[in-house]
Write a protein that binds this ligand. Structure first.
Ligand code: SAH
Ligand code: SF4
Length: 413
């Protein structure tokens, strides 16, 4: 059964395959992972429960799903024993399949995952002394072709569903053993303490894995809403950062409807260089991008916008580049911090990383202008888990090839 429908993604001219909100399963059961409470309630009602029952059961199941990480209806102790087989016959609580789990010498972990219809994608966990960050993918591949990015050499296979996006967070919590263990039907002081977020390894989420999250806006929003829901995963929006290459028309919507921290892949300060290395710049130029940052809902000195800047030798790393970066940030009065990312190489990459001395000099210039400009330490390079190294097997195909495949898919559907 085909699992994808052809429909346009906002901001995209050509149709690309987009997954439905629920991927159909061979056994006919419905995967509840990634669905909000209201949708779960509707599905329970459609399966035959009275409206009041459907509402109550949806509330209970939602809690077990997202707050407790349970994947087996039999473990849902406050649901009547006779009800549990009824649920198991009709529904499942899924996770992406793990194809491979790798551990870097610096503690970084990378998982190669597979969707139910066989597409590979990746997630990365980066532990630090005071936090643990999960780097989450939004698409399999990417439509954009930033020249320094390995993912950019892949074609876009398809958008990930909300279930596949939030499923990455669930899987990370499974792997780290971070679900509350107390029994919900017998609350006491001892079990209550286990609900606390304190002491958890997974504290932050960055939408910086494979793909451009603002080209999969609805699914990313729906997934992050489950992550932020106080009755769900309950992670604060202040601990979530979404990184965009600069999809200007979607940025205000992102602030309004998701409200997470924003990171922008700036990487260059002149039209010529940005056109070359971040080609979406030809569509949305630097001035429009910075204006959208200045207007980003919720940005303030307490919640700054992060500008990511990859350091490419003799391409974007001169003193003049640093001075222009400062000028632009000041001109647009941006509450900004700059994150300098040493370029992570991959086979066949057309660039080299700037020297450590150059990176330091660039960072110092920006610092002296009163703007924080730390250098990001590369993590997980030995397992190709560092920024821009993520790439699975799908090769980038020509537009003509993609169009042919799209037409074939449509004919089959
Ligand atoms: N598509 C989004 C988010 C994913 S990329 C975006 O482009 O913002 C996360 C960050 O890694 C981006 O800032 C991206 O530009 C950067 N990056 C990509 N390739 C890189 C590489 N080879 N070395 C260092 N950083 C890279
Ligand atoms: Fe896509 Fe981001 Fe890589 Fe550019 S940097 S190709 S937008 S994943």
């Amino acid at each position: 059964m085909p699992d994808t429908d052809l429909m346009p993604i906002p901001g995209q001219i050509d149709p690309v395959p987009v997954a439905r909100d629920i991927t159909p399963r061979a056994d006919g059961r419905i995967d509840l992972m990634g669905l909000p409470k209201k949708r779960i309630m509707e599905l329970f009602a459609e399966a035959g429960l009275e409206p009041k029952q459907a509402k109550l059961r949806a509330k209970q199941v939602f809690h077990w799903l997202y707050h407790r990480g349970v994947t087996d209806f039999e473990a849902m102790t406050d649901i009547a024993k006779t009800m549990r087989p009824w649920l198991t016959e009709r529904f499942v609580i899924g996770r992406p399949d793990v194809v491979e789990a790798q551990h870097s010498s610096d503690g970084t972990r990378k998982w190669l995952l597979k969707t139910a219809d066989g597409h590979d994608f990746e997630m990365v966990f980066i532990p630090d002394a005071d936090r643990g960050t999960l780097c989450v993918s939004s698409q399999v591949g990417c439509t954009l072709n930033c020249r320094f990015c390995h993912t950019g050499t892949m074609r876009l296979v398809r958008n990930l569903t909300p279930g596949e996006i939030v499923g990455q967070v669930m899987l990370a919590r499974d792997a780290l053993g971070e679900w509350p263990k107390g029994r919900m039907d017998m609350p006491d002081d001892e079990t209550a303490a286990e609900y606390s977020a304190d002491g958890r390894l997974l504290t932050n989420i960055v939408m910086m894995g494979m793909g451009e999250p603002l080209y999969n806006f609805d699914n990313v929003r729906d997934a992050l809403q489950l992550v932020m829901d106080g009755e769900g995963l309950a992670l604060s929006k202040r601990r979530i950062t979404l990184s965009t290459s600069g999809v200007v028309p979607m940025m205000a919507k992102c602030g309004e409807e998701i409200g997470v921290n924003l990171a922008v892949s700036l990487h260059a300060v002149t039209k010529d260089v940005r056109d070359e290395i971040v080609p979406i710049n030809k569509k949305y130029g630097i001035e429009d991008l910075l204006q959208a940052c200045a207007d980003y809902p919720g940005a303030s000195n307490a919640r700054r916008i992060t500008f990511e800047y990859v350091m490419l030798k003799d391409k974007n790393d001169s003193d003049d580049d640093a001075r222009e970066l400062i000028r632009l940030i000041k001109q647009f009065k941006l509450p900004a911090k700059v994150n300098l990312i040493p370029f992570n190489p991959w086979p066949g990459a057309p660039y080299e990383c700037s020297t450590p001395e150059r990176i330091k000099a660039f960072s110092n210039l920006v610092f002296e202008a009163g703007i924080s400009a730390p250098v990001r330490t590369p993590r997980g390079r030995d397992i190709d888990a560092a920024c821009g190294q993520l790439k699975t097997a799908a090769e980038k195909k020509s537009r003509a090839q993609l169009d042919r495949e799209a037409a074939e898919q449509k004919a089959k559907a």
